[in-house]
Design a protein around this ligand. Structure first.
Ligand code: MEV
Length: 321
């Protein structure tokens, strides 16, 4: 049996704008998922997962295709003669902005590659291939993703990411204590939220304002990085607040999350959605910062919402022993 682990992610700043070529700062988080792959005996694929099985089947198809291009046919042979049982066990909340869909793609592609190559560790070249194939899967599922989710889940750490460009690894010393509050699963998928914004731009609804918001998000993404490097708390809060203000202008934040964020601001902190968001009802995870993190925990508790701290900068995809 092959077991591969891939992390979820937190976008510290730059979501949505990153789809249009702006930079984003992203971290791998210590909420992960494991994909376990076993060969079977009847040539069928059996999937055990709470994620849509269409995505896993797509990961199998794309991995087979890419390996065939590399003249490697072991996976094809296994699929034809024996079949596979693929099981996903996840601690990453779904539709919460934490990259669960990309992590499934990355770990499934990684597992199939490990099975095909009979390896115990991924080389840099393997990771390049996993990232490329997982991006193809993400494109099929979400149509126009930037590639940030699959890239961070593959390579881990902290990345400065621009669509279609080589990423930069960022070294950040000790980080302030961020608190993540779960406003609940968004009704919309990431693909739907990205399309919602794309339609607005194509229909020329507030296009100028949208482009202005992207530029402001870019400025605040840079400021957040500087604030984190300098450990400048005021700069960090300002950057988070301004990113959120512009995400709200883009129209990707729901009313429930907005109210909670105003409350965080009222008590002296800053908060933002960290992913695609959601507008029909809930908007996924909020990244919250306050000099006294207990205040955020107390606020979340008063509303019966889950709040947690998480380790950021975690390892990317790996084969478990
Ligand atoms: C989703 O995690 C982040 C978005 O910027 C979409 C993307 O970059 O593909 C909303």
């Amino acid at each position: 049996m092959i077991s591969v682990s891939a992390p979820g992610k937190i976008i510290l700043a730059g979501e949505h704008a990153v789809v249009y070529g702006k930079p984003a700062l992203v971290a791998a988080v210590d909420k992960r998922l494991t994909v376990r792959i076993k060969t079977r005996k009847n040539g069928e694929i059996k999937i055990f997962s709470r994620q849509p099985s269409s995505q896993i089947k797509e990961a199998v198809r794309k991995t087979e295709e890419n390996l065939a291009l590399l003249r490697s046919d072991r996976l094809s042979k296994i699929l034809k003669s024996r079949g596979l049982a693929i099981e996903v066990v996840s601690e990453i909340p779904v539709q919460a902005g934490m990259g669960s869909s990309a992590a499934v793609a990355v770990a499934t592609v990684g597992g199939l590659l490990a099975l095909s190559k009979k390896i115990k560790r991924f080389s840099d070249e393997d990771k390049e291939l996993i990232n490329k194939v997982a991006y193809q899967v993400e494109k099929k599922i979400h149509q126009n993703p930037s590639g940030i989710d699959n890239t961070i889940s593959t390579f881990g750490g902290f990345l400065w990411f621009k669509k279609g460009k080589p990423f930069k690894r960022i070294k950040l010393g000790s980080l302030p204590r961020f608190v993540f509050v779960n406003t609940g699963k968004a009704e919309e998928t990431t693909g739907e939220m990205v399309r919602y914004l794309k339609n607005k731009i194509e229909n020329r609804k507030n296009t100028k304002q949208i482009l202005r918001s992207f530029a402001r998000i870019e400025r605040q993404t840079k400021n957040l990085l500087l604030g984190l490097k300098d450990k400048n708390k005021r700069k960090i809060i300002k950057a988070i607040k301004e990113c959120e203000e512009n995400l709200e202008m883009l129209g990707v934040v729901g009313e429930f999350a907005k109210k909670l964020i105003r409350e965080v601001e009222r008590i002296g902190g800053g908060a933002k959605i960290c992913g695609a968001g959601g507008i029909k009802d809930r908007s996924g995870i909020l990244l919250c910062y306050h000099q006294k993190p207990e205040k955020i925990f107390a606020l979340a508790k008063s509303l019966n919402l889950e709040a947690f701290e998480a380790k950021l900068g975690e390892e990317g995809v790996y084969i478990k022993a």
